[in-house]
Design a protein around this ligand. Structure first.
Ligand SMILES: Nc1ncnc2c1ncn2[C@@H]1O[C@H](COP(=O)(O)OP(=O)(O)O)[C@@H](O)[C@H]1O
Ligand SMILES: [Mg+2]
Length: 499
């Protein structure tokens, strides 16, 4: 598993509600997950489970009636839920790109394809600013990562403490002496945590201070360097045009005036080009991007409108737009749901190829566990606004633990017969009044009494795999997976062994 410092994005304890006419809808109920550099994390779950709300929270495009009750979204050590609007705009669409489910509504119907791509590039158009950002980026990231490491260290310890406290609360039928013992232990742990937090802050404060000082120096130097470069360019430009302007002032004939004016314009254009991305450059880059995402005849498509393209081609354009600002993270929210099956696999292939070529980290959202197998390194299974199982792809497919994951696996159409074997019976819960306990209990044939009463904590299966189901409690009766699921796992494992 990747090292903690390889995290590019970290969602922690996210809680999001919506104000509605019928009451408060609890859409995201304490969601945490990490995205590691270069991996694809799939978020899978039925419609309404909170997948899109999660991705919109990361992009900062939640609806107006959303209330972020709790949590943080750390990107390179910065909490996206706290950064200024201006900073957020820089990150969103710049460092994080998004591909939506419906390509038609993601595109502006009245603007030509080419313009929509070049507009997305404008973020990069100021070359001197880009130069400055490039000069300081290493030190900036080092500084932010220091803060991130500190926050991660502290929050890991805090989580342990919270888990202990929760576990103590859930203990039943304790004697008074045991209760007193627990209380004492908790007090000791709390004191130890406070000491740890103090020490950790002190330890990192040193490093952070050093990084900050280095960053300040680098910024100063970068500013100077950029200013010098600008001065050089402007100097050359002035020098060159001084003679022309004099000529223009002294010139007699109208013919000469026209010629000198043209010379001046050319010099001006050359100067602009060194400072700013020109229209011609933007177009060349857009065509290159269109080629990269597999659009045939990009020149022709460049000046067409979205309606003139097929659904699959439109989705390729949406992907090109997401790539225009060279993001580091790509979020794809059901990017193939609106497309025909044959086109679907082409788009999935394209996303996988681009991800590898550009070394992107990817969050891929789908309701179809069948798609996950081809895309994911790791999987988060979501139900009713929570993650119920989280692990590496092979852990989710070959050793699933939550009955909801079983149900999803059972509902994947069989590769050979192509028929849907079982759809999940029942309906997703009402999120204004979400059920107590395990939200899946009312639809879960394996539900135990406790599932209707108490929320299951996450049980660790391996270091990388955990599931929030009481079935993993050491006291729970041993439950066999449904036959159809174990049968499929057996067949896939045999298939893998023969390969
Ligand atoms: N703007 C909104 N106002 C009220 N409820 C919303 C809003 N957006 C989403 N929801 C609700 O939040 C829950 C999660 O939705 P969503 O994330 O879109 O699900 P999905 O997993 O299908 O993407 C659903 O119950 C949905 O009805
Ligand atoms: Mg959705």
């Amino acid at each position: 598993m990747a090292d903690r410092t390889d995290k590019v994005l970290s969602v922690e304890n996210l809680v999001i509600n919506f104000r509605t006419d019928h009451g408060i809808l609890k859409a995201i109920r304490n969601v945490s997950f990490d995205l590691y550099e270069g991996e694809t994390l799939c978020i899978v779950g039925e419609s309404g489970s909170g997948k899109s709300v999660t991705s919109k929270a990361i992009m900062g495009i939640l609806a107006n009636n959303a209330i972020i009750e709790n949590g943080s979204i750390l990107y390179r050590g910065e909490n996206l839920l706290e950064v200024s609007e201006e900073e957020f705009c820089k990150i969103r669409g710049h460092r994080i790109g998004m591909v939506f489910q419906d390509p038609l509504s993601a595109l502006n119907p009245t603007v030509k394809i080419g313009k929509q791509i070049t507009e997305a590039m404008l973020i990069h158009s100021d070359k001197l600013k880009t130069m400055y950002n490039d000069l300081i980026s290493d030190d900036l990231i080092r500084y932010r990562n220091t803060l991130a490491r500190m926050n991660i260290a502290i929050s890991t310890e805090r989580k342990k403490l919270e888990a202990l406290e929760a576990e103590m609360k859930s203990r039943k039928a304790l004697t008074l002496a045991q209760k007193a013992e627990d209380k004492l232990l908790l007090q000791q742990k709390k004191a130890a945590f406070r000491a740890f937090e103090r020490e950790t802050r002190a330890k990192y404060a040193e490093e952070a201070k050093r990084c900050k000082a280095v960053l300040a120096e680098t910024k100063k130097r970068a500013k100077k360097q950029v200013a010098e470069y600008r001065r050089k360019l402007t100097g050359e430009y002035r020098e060159k045009t001084r003679a022309m302007r004099r000529k223009l002032a002294l010139s007699s004939g109208p013919e000469e005036k026209v010629r000198v004016k043209a010379e001046l314009a050319a010099a001006r254009e050359k100067f602009e080009k060194e400072v700013r991305l020109t229209a011609a450059e933007a177009k060349a880059q857009a065509l290159q991007l269109m080629k990269e995402v597999g659009i045939p005849e990009p020149e022709k498509r460049y000046s067409q409108y979205p309606f003139e393209l097929s659904g699959g081609m439109r989705q390729r354009i949406v992907i090109a737009i997401a790539l225009a600002a060279s993001p580091e993270i790509l979020i794809c929210d059901e990017p193939t749901t609106a497309l025909d099956v044959t086109i679907q696999s082409q788009i999935l292939e394209l996303i996988n190829r681009i991800k590898a070529e550009r070394k992107l980290s990817c969050i891929f959202i789908t309701h179809d566990l069948g798609v996950v197998a081809n895309m994911a390194d790791r999987v988060a299974v979501m139900y009713a606004g929570k993650i119920v199982e989280y692990g590496k792809t092979e852990e989710i497919f070959f050793d699933p633990r939550h009955p909801y994951t079983w149900a999803l696996l059972a509902s994947i159409p069989d590769v050979d017969s192509k028929e849907k074997l079982e759809s999940i019976p029942g309906t997703p819960p009402d999120m204004i009044r979400p059920p107590k306990g395990d939200a899946f209990a009312p639809r879960n044939p394996y539900a135990m009494n406790i599932d209707f009463r108490e929320e299951p904590p996450f049980f660790a299966i391996t270091e990388t795999h955990s599931a929030a189901t009481w079935l993993e409690d050491p006291h729970a009766p041993k439950m066999e997976k449904p036959r159809i699921v174990s049968e499929r796992i057996r067949i896939s494992l045999e298939g893998a062994a023969h390969e």
